[in-house]
Write a protein that binds this ligand. Structure first.
Ligand code: NIG
Ligand code: FE
Length: 400
């Protein structure tokens, strides 16, 4: 397939174009199967470029978004908790057990239907790769069920799905007061059952949930089963999560709302990606993460939705890009980069988040001439079409 008429192309590849986004104006892209074969100016397209053409009429094209942090599989919603927060209540993670109860009671068909609906919603807003965590089952049977659902949901009309085990999300009610007994299950039979279905191990490392020794225990056990490491760190209060992420060489530390200078230096030194989730801060009326300080220290930043029924019930990466610019202080280019190749770095996916020869043919066509419009036109659906693995998988309906 030959994609022509690209007014502005974001490649995220410095060898292909200038600036943070590696921009090529007046561009064309040749796709071969599920990969990008060629990228360049439209007046230099190679002759054997194929017969299928997609003319995007001068629009902007960028890599599909890589949403590196979601809790995709759950039952029910927590709208009442949101209403209580809007009336002044504070988020403390307590509502997680409500979703656990609903999720355990739901059939696998219901869970699959819900996760598929959200995955398709994400695709229509431009996400072509999405990480999905377990964490609302909290028994060996249910955690495994959620990972099975995440695997079953992936299809050609959803984003590619990367799975993460989050058995240590909270201590479930039946283990109240005995975190140690619960962690024995998590680090034993639960990980044995779940590790074959996941690539990553996560933990909600927070002084009020799982403190440093607990989180270390979970992550070490995950690593012994061959899983890569990522953490919910420093979300509700300052704590040991960011330091632990650096010490253990985690791929990503997520949230990072409360950081001191030592934390930032440690993340930079160990090349831990900072995955920022401003939609969670927005929906919980929390302070925003110190994104500028992280970027200025040389930390690679990713943006993700944190899609979940408690703190951030959105699948929209364009919304997250808007928040990153207006609330976190990122430039529009930095935000677009963090939402694409930044997310890919957080998941250690070196062929995603870029449009370059050999990369995945995952592309978004915007109803706009430049990527800045994603932030500049908040709340407006600018996703004209989405190409995933070389196929057009979404096209906006024409109205009027
Ligand atoms: O990333 N912090 C822990 N987990 C989620 C919230 C889960 C929930 O409230 O249901 C988060 O914000
Ligand atoms: Fe989360």
């Amino acid at each position: 397939m030959l994609i022509t008429g690209i007014g502005r192309l974001v490649t995220n590849d410095h060898e292909l174009g200038p600036g943070l986004l590696g921009v090529v104006d007046g561009a064309a892209v040749v796709v071969d199967g599920d990969r990008v074969a060629w990228v360049g100016r439209s007046n230099a397209v190679p002759e054997a470029a194929g017969t299928r053409r997609l003319d995007v009429g001068g629009r902007c094209v960028l890599p599909g978004f890589v949403d590196a942090h979601t809790h995709l599989v759950f039952a029910g919603h927590r709208a009442a908790e949101f209403e209580a927060r809007m009336a002044g209540a504070t988020y403390d993670g307590g509502g997680i057990t409500d979703t656990v109860e609903r999720t355990r009671a739901a059939s696998t068909e219901e869970l699959t239907e819900g996760a598929r609906r959200l995955a398709r919603e994400a695709l229509r807003s431009g996400t072509t790769t999405l990480e999905a965590k377990s964490g609302y089952g909290l028994t060996t049977h249910d955690e495994r069920r959620l990972l099975d659902v995440a695997a079953a949901v992936e299809s050609t009309d959803t984003p590619a799905i990367v799975r993460t085990f989050l058995g240590a999300h909270v201590v479930p009610l039946e283990f109240a007061g005995d975190a140690d007994a619960y962690l024995q299950v998590v680090t034993g039979e639960m990980l044995d059952a779940c590790a074959p279905l996941a690539q990553w191990c996560d933990v909600f490392c927070e002084p009020s949930v799982f403190d440093e020794p607990d989180a270390r225990r979970v992550l070490t056990a995950g690593r012994e089963r061959g899983l890569g490491l990522r953490l919910h760190a420093n979300q509700l209060a300052h704590g040991p999560g960011a330091q632990l992420a650096a010490e253990l060489g985690a791929a990503s530390a997520d949230h990072l709302t409360h950081l001191d200078d030592r934390d930032i230096t440690a993340l930079a030194e160990r090349a831990v990606v900072a995955t920022l989730l401003p939609a969670a801060e927005f929906s919980t009326r929390s302070p925003y993460a110190p994104a500028r300080r992280l970027l200025d220290a040389g930390v690679e930043v990713a943006l993700a939705t944190d899609c979940n029924p408690g703190t951030s019930y959105t699948t929209s990466m364009p919304f997250v890009i808007t928040l990153a610019c207006t609330q976190l202080g990122l430039s529009p280019d930095e935000a677009v980069r963090a939402a694409t190749v930044g997310g890919a770095a957080a998941l250690r996916l070196y062929d995603a988040g870029r449009i370059a020869p050999g990369s995945r043919a995952d592309l978004v066509v915007l109803d706009a001439p430049q990527p800045v419009h994603l932030a500049y036109r908040p709340g407006v659906d600018l996703i004209n079409s989405v190409v995933r693995a070389g196929r057009v998988v979404h096209r906006k309906e024409r109205r009027g």
